[in-house]
Design a binder for this molecule. Structure first.
Ligand SMILES: Cc1cc2nc3c(=O)[nH]c(=O)nc-3n(C[C@H](O)[C@H](O)[C@H](O)COP(=O)(O)O)c2cc1C
Length: 180
């Protein structure tokens, strides 16, 4: 059954809280094995192990944090050219709405695409006027119901796509999109 890695960087704990909710969402799909790793503790082996990965970074000057960038830069010699085709998605915590969290998700997408990962977004709404088209984004820590739901939905959808496309468990195809 599918292996999901939730990889995150977090200095003051906000992205780490998002990562916990993403991992929780992935566990909603039975049979999914979930690993939660910070960029400082993760290794190339975690990337080889997973079928799907959710990558989260705080927004630093509008893009990915240097610690997360360093992780990917350092594992290039071991992994590049050997890990393409895994399913990936992203999340970010910023200091404020409009502070660049979606751009951070996109900067993570660029790095992931360089490795050949299959990056996806989510069209669903998880609350009133609250969605995650480019990944889950939150200002500071996830507190409100819809902020937590966005993180959980991201992890669940990742596990669903892994179940469908890696394990061939078509019963896990998501239903019609959630519009609010
Ligand atoms: C070096 C640095 C750069 C930052 N740049 C931005 C930024 O461009 N936009 C923003 O909204 N917040 C910015 N912030 C705030 C963080 O994104 C925010 O506090 C986030 O919640 C931190 O996540 P963490 O608790 O997981 O470390 C910055 C913080 C630091 C330390």
């Amino acid at each position: 059954m599918g292996n999901v890695l939730v990889l995150y960087d977090s200095k003051s704990g906000n992205t780490a809280k998002m990562a916990d909710y993403v991992a929780q969402g992935a566990k909603d799909i039975e049979g999914t094995q979930v690993r939660l790793r910070s960029a400082e503790e993760a290794s190339a082996d975690d990337i080889f192990w997973c079928d799907g990965l959710a990558v989260g970074s705080p927004t630093y000057v509008g893009v990915v944090s240097w610690r997360m960038k360093r992780f990917w830069d350092e594992i290039v010699p071991e992994t590049w050219g050997k890990v393409d085709g895994k399913i990936a998605c992203t999340f970010s915590s910023s200091g404020g709405w409009g502070g660049g969290a979606e751009m951070t998700c996109l900067s993570l997408h660029i790095m992931l695409m360089n490795f050949g990962f299959l990056v996806f977004g989510i069209p669903d709404y998880v609350g009133e006027a609250f969605t995650l088209h480019y990944g889950a984004v939150v200002a500071r820590e996830p507190k409100r119901e819809e902020e937590i739901a966005a993180c959980q939905r991201l992890g669940k959808r990742l596990a669903q796509w892994v179940a469908v496309y890696v394990d061939g468990r078509k019963e896990h195809l998501p239903g019609p999109i959630d519009k609010r």
